[in-house]
Design a protein around this ligand. Structure first.
Ligand code: ADP
Ligand code: ZN
Length: 753
């Protein structure tokens, strides 16, 4: 009998996502273990498919066993901890095994199906070749005769300080020929090593020791013991903006490394990685790796391999970095933990928090959530004792929080100011420019004008593929759909339904930039939005230029609102967030509160006091006023009673089952059928608490020519509930309805889908 394995294959549907048994050829045996990437013949045509080995010595399902086509090298194998996460994701998020594998290993580390040189045999091919370089080491002494050359002496002097790569030698003017000649003499040895591109090699290490303030020290003292005891812990660091949470991180990371353990730091957006890396690199020097989607294939793969080979002690990155193959983790930090970007919106639909919690359990590590505006769920968990709560009440060096003024834009219009920038804000910007201070302005809408409306029939010009208005981008002279990317060029002037004249209205970042330039011709304005930061490293460059005072005003979407730390920003203006105030979903208020508090907190972080102006057409709005007062406790109290009353998280879990397809009646029918099946299952198990709402059309009915419906379930997210849902999904798939729609389960939705 040959050895057998159980393989999860790619492109499986939920219902057919099980382990398939394959036989292993004798020469493949040493390579095959749990977590191996393999290529298998699948289905009647035995077409090659990617797979991952999830069981050894599997039971053959039939007498005619197929053999594996190919096995990837052991270095591409999932580590035991990551393998566990595959099962975890499958159980928690209703994804397929292979979707979980793809989320855990970045594309660069994966193998793809290919053909061998004979043109017929299916084999695995590495997507990227491994880059190597030469590393020289001093292993002997330089003979006195013949007289050594200056270059030889320089090489020996340099290498006496430790091994150096060929590139590093060349930088110092020592050629490969010189180095190889020394090797021939037995003075040096050369070794091929994997190239680790140190993406941030030019950041100098600072020798300045960190001195914590009393409050920061207290937080550190309370947390430090939890790094040492090898038991899982969770804590929430709630500190006002500018209180120096990052300094507490740095001290904790330092302790974690002293204990011989490793640290993983998550930030919510790519734009925040450069600043975090800068701080970590200057505090700890080498051995910091990054993982985020703005890296190119090669960079991402090399960074990933550096982590897997044990070459990194600290990993920084966005959501997906939570899967970094880092071993012996002592500390996981989730900064700005309330951010939505920590939840994945495509399969597997996981939240970084749950994966981090699982990894802290596996590693006996400390999970530290941090924010100036914690999510209501996290703060509630901390308040009720399920997480340790630490507070930083004061800004570093005792600066007051910025004073905030709310400006009523209806009154502004009535008083005859047609512009989107109020007189009060204009005045404040002018004063700030004079004082040579910097200003940050938030406008959460990119483009020039945000809609085109017919003067006659009032119809708004919508994307042909999506049920959302198209946005006019003046720079590129076209209408753009922010959901599917459709473009219309040139922008139409006539209403397609009635032939009336289209009127362009609304105010996006491009138009705001124009208005600002007209008001302040002398000001240097930096616009930060998806359009100006699309290029690689653009974020980093633009932020560095702003820090360097090459600009006076930074205007942007929410990417300017969070985490940034610039000494000379003393004024923050919120040009418009009203659309967010009226958004749906139970988390809408939390989002607004957090966004405003965060952006206001960018002001007055160093010596000079900060000021902020919020423009709105709803000046009496309680959430706005609490945010203006930066009163998190007040906000939390109000929000938690609303959540309790309406039965929203944290008092239940919200599970949204989404249905999508190209024909609306079929999608609606599929949703209705699923709902019947679910209700039947639920009534058979009355002990499982749940409430089913819907089905209803989603908030945006159509995206990219696909109609969307949803079923909302208020439930307790436990094994029993997930089992029930899994059974329903199985039944639904078995029915083979003629009107099939794609089903997606999201356990982390805020309901606004
Ligand atoms: P937060 O993340 O809490 O908003 P930061 O960690 O960015 O705040 O700190 C705000 C500013 O105060 C930063 O410029 C930081 O360098 C400075 N700062 C905070 N604590 C200290 C400290 N103990 N020593 C020196 N500088 C500090
Ligand atoms: Zn569209």
């Amino acid at each position: 009998m040959p050895k057998t394995v159980g393989v999860a294959v790619s492109n499986a549907t939920f219902h057919f996502d099980k382990l398939y048994t394959y036989a292993v050829l004798p020469d493949q045996e040493p390579l095959v273990k749990l977590g191996s990437m393999v290529l298998v013949p699948f289905g009647r045509g035995s077409r090659p498919r990617m797979g991952v080995v999830l069981a050894c010595d599997a039971e053959p399902e039939s007498a005619k066993l197929k053999y594996l086509f190919d096995v990837a090298p052991v270095s591409a194998c999932l580590t035991p901890e990551l393998l566990k996460l595959v099962h975890f994701l499958k159980a928690r998020t209703f994804c397929t095994y292979y979707e979980a594998v793809k989320a855990i290993i970045p594309y660069g580390a994966q193998y793809k199906p290919s053909l061998a040189a004979d043109g017929v045999t299916p084999v695995l091919q590495k997507q990227l070749v491994r880059h190597t370089e030469l590393l020289y080491r001093l292993t002997g002494s330089l003979p006195a005769k013949p007289k050594p050359t200056a270059k030889q002496l320089a090489a020996v002097a340099l290498l006496s300080g430790g091994p150096r790569t060929q590139a590093e030698l060349e930088e110092k003017g020592i050629s490969r020929a010189v180095a190889d000649n020394l090797c021939a003499k037995g003075v040096l040895t050369a070794e091929k090593v994997n190239k680790s591109i140190d993406l941030y090699a030019n950041i100098p290490q600072s020798s300045e020791p960190i001195e914590l303030t009393k409050e920061q020290q207290d937080a550190f003292d309370a947390l430090a013991p939890q790094l040492a005891d090898r038991a899982p812990h969770a804590a929430l660091l709630y500190g006002v903006t500018g209180s120096g949470k990052t300094l507490v991180f740095l001290k904790l990371i330092e302790r974690c490394l002293e204990l011989g353990r490793r640290a993983l730091i998550l930030v919510p957006e790519i734009s925040l990685t450069p600043q975090m890396i800068l701080r970590l690199k200057s505090a700890f020097g080498r051995r910091v790796a990054v993982q985020h989607s703005a890296l190119n294939h090669t960079e991402r793969l090399l960074q990933w391999q550096m982590i897997q080979d044990g070459g990194a002690d600290i990993v920084v990155g966005t959501r997906s970095a939570v899967f970094a193959p880092l071993e012996n983790i002592g500390l996981i930090i989730i900064d700005e933990e309330q951010e939505h970007t920590y939840r994945s919106e495509s399969s597997p639909r996981y939240a970084a928090h749950e994966v981090a919690r699982q990894r802290t359990a596996d590693n006996g590590a400390l999970l530290l959530l941090a924010s100036a505006t914690p999510s209501v769920e996290s703060f509630y968990a901390a308040q009720s004792g399920r997480m340790q709560l630490l507070r930083l009440h004061q800004r570093y060096a005792g600066q007051p929080l910025p004073s905030v003024k709310i400006v009523d834009m209806r009154a502004e219009l009535a008083a005859g100011n047609p512009r989107e920038i109020s007189l009060e804000l204009e005045d404040a910007i002018r004063r700030n420019l004079k004082a040579k201070k910097q200003t940050i302005l938030l406008l959460n809408r990119r483009g020039y004008q945000t809609m085109a409306q017919c003067e006659d029939c009032r119809e708004v010009y919508k994307c042909p593929k999506c049920s959302v208005p198209m946005v006019y981008h003046k720079a590129s002279g076209r209408l753009l759909c922010h959901y599917c990317g459709s473009q219309i060029e040139p922008p139409p002037k006539i209403c397609p339904s009635c032939g009336g004249k289209l009127q362009y209205r609304g105010f996006g970042t491009q138009k705001a930039e124009e208005e600002l330039a007209a008001l302040f011709p002398e000001a240097r304005i930096l616009r930060m939005d998806q359009d100006t930061t699309a290029a690689k490293d653009a974020h980093e460059k633009l932020l560095a230029q702003f820090a360097n005072h090459e600009y006076d005003i930074m205007l942007g979407t929410q990417m300017v609102a969070k985490g940034l730390d610039f000494e000379d920003v003393t004024l923050v203006g919120v040009l418009g967030i009203d659309s967010l105030l009226f958004a749906q979903g139970f988390g809408a208020y939390e989002t607004v509160f957090s966004l405003i508090t965060q952006v206001v907190g960018r002001s007055g972080r160093a010596q000079s006091p900060g000021y902020a102006i919020i423009q709105t057409t709803d000046p009496g709005n309680p959430v706005l006023n609490l945010a203006a007062a930066q009163d998190y406790d007040g906000f939390f109290e109000q929000e938690i009673s609303y959540r309790k009353l309406g039965l929203y998280p944290p008092f239940c879990s919200l599970c949204v089952v989404g249905f999508s397809g190209t024909k609306e009646p079929e999608v609606a029918k599929a949703a209705a059928r699923f709902s019947v099946l679910l209700r039947q299952q639920a009534s058979a198990q009355p002990d499982i608490p749940l409430r089913v709402l819907g089905p209803t059309p989603s908030s945006i009915l159509k995206i990219n020519d696909r109609y969307r419906y949803k079923l909302t379930i208020k439930c307790r997210n436990d094994k029993k509930f997930r089992e029930l849902l899994r059974r329903t999904l199985g039944l639904y798939e078995q029915e083979k309805l003629p009107s099939r729609a794609t089903v997606a389960v999201d356990m982390h939705s805020d309901g606004d889908v």
